[in-house]
Design a protein around this ligand. Structure first.
Ligand code: NCD
Ligand code: ZN
Length: 345
């Protein structure tokens, strides 16, 4: 038996949804994680500070008794977002980041931004008050191949935005390519990246080889093996610019297993076991705490958690359900395709 004690982790990119789904999934996060950045892509989206305050109350009401968990709220950036509302939300301590979804990039992103110019007044205010912008880094034009959308976004949107507004703090979320990793590494300030659990484990073969596997489909879509290896190197390097954002994104099975299945992989329940496995494979267990518990708080300007969790390597495989039942329906859990031996005890 081997024990690894780390500060309690946080999840810097999480979809909790609402209603029955929220109540069905939140315990899988609050069991292990102290805080999470909550994605605002509800229907309708969380656009104003008032929306975020109401959503936060619904989340807090769903936290299981005895769990200490703090939802960190975000606003969904639209052409109509008011700089004053964003600033007031931030000043009150409620709003921790604003999320940029290019229109049409992913689940419920039709309200997203079509042209970055229309968002400049809000972005300028955010730069002034030090509020980070979380970016879904993919272009959406139909003439760009889906596997190239991140690289093209960096070149045509992200880099020009950083040059135009260097004071703006940007989180490039769920980086999936070597291009993204390399781009973040060139930055001296105001740019960091989150990496999901599943992009450290699967490449695009998982989705497409031996039949189409909807439970490995997410956005940004998993890329070639060389990109997965670049993500693993970045995550396990200890580099403070990279941290965990699971992007755990539950959808009920009927909406995944159909002719036009939703994007999203549900990893909250087994993320810590998966990460310990990956970091051990990379001989980097000593870097897991930086990735999951230290780099994110430093980037978002909050203290790391005082509490710890213990990961224990056991002989028997860790058991976790293949599906969870939520009041909204069954949700399939991420299958890393290897047995997990690190348990959170
Ligand atoms: C997310 C979802 O379902 O809300 N899906 C996903 O594949 N990650 C949206 C997102 O974060 O892109
Ligand atoms: Zn997401």
């Amino acid at each position: 038996m081997q024990d690894l004690v780390i500060r309690r982790p946080d999840d810097w990119h999480l979809h909790l949804r609402d209603g029955d789904m929220l109540r069905g999934v939140i315990a899988d996060t609050s069991r292990h994680f102290a805080r999470a950045i909550i994605m605002p892509n509800l229907v309708p989206p969380v656009v104003t500070s008032a929306d975020a305050a109401a959503y936060r109350e619904r989340i807090v009401a769903a936290i299981p008794a005895g769990d200490r968990f703090e939802p960190l709220m975000t606003l969904y950036l639209t052409a109509g977002t008011s700089p004053d509302d964003v600033e007031a939300g931030h000043k009150s301590g409620l709003v921790k980041a604003v999320k940029l979804y290019p229109a049409g990039a992913t689940t419920n992103s039709h309200s997203g931004v079509r042209n970055i110019d229309e968002a400049m007044p809000v972005l300028e205010r955010m730069a002034k008050i030090g509020l980070p912008l979380c970016v879904h880094g993919e272009v959406t034009s139909s003439d760009v191949d889906i596997f190239d959308r991140e690289a093209v976004f960096i070149e045509t949107v992200l880099d020009p935005l950083r040059k135009r507004l260097p004071e703006l703090k940007l989180t490039m979320e769920h980086v999936t390519t070597k291009d993204g990793v390399d781009y973040i590494k060139t930055s001296k300030a105001n740019l960091a990246g989150s990496i999901t659990t599943h992009h450290l484990i699967i490449n695009r073969n998982a989705i497409l080889v031996g039949g189409i596997k909807p439970h490995y489909y997410c956005l940004p879509v998993a890329k070639r093996e060389n990109h997965r290896l670049a993500l693993r190197a970045a995550a396990t390097s200890g580099d403070a610019r990279f941290f965990l954002g699971t992007d755990s994104a539950p959808h009920v099975d009927p909406l995944k297993e159909c002719a036009c299945g939703c994007a999203g992989i549900y990893t909250s329940i087994n993320t810590m076991s998966c990460l310990a496995h990956v970091f051990e494979e990379e001989n980097a267990l000593d870097k897991l705490e930086a990735f999951a518990s230290l780099n994110g708080p430093a980037w978002y300007g909050v203290p790391a958690n005082d509490e710890t969790i213990t990961l224990r390597k056991q002989v028997d495989a860790v058991s976790y359900p293949a599906k969870i039942d939520t009041g909204a329906g069954p949700v399939t859990v991420f299958d890393p395709m290897f047995p997990l031996h690190w348990a959170v005890v």
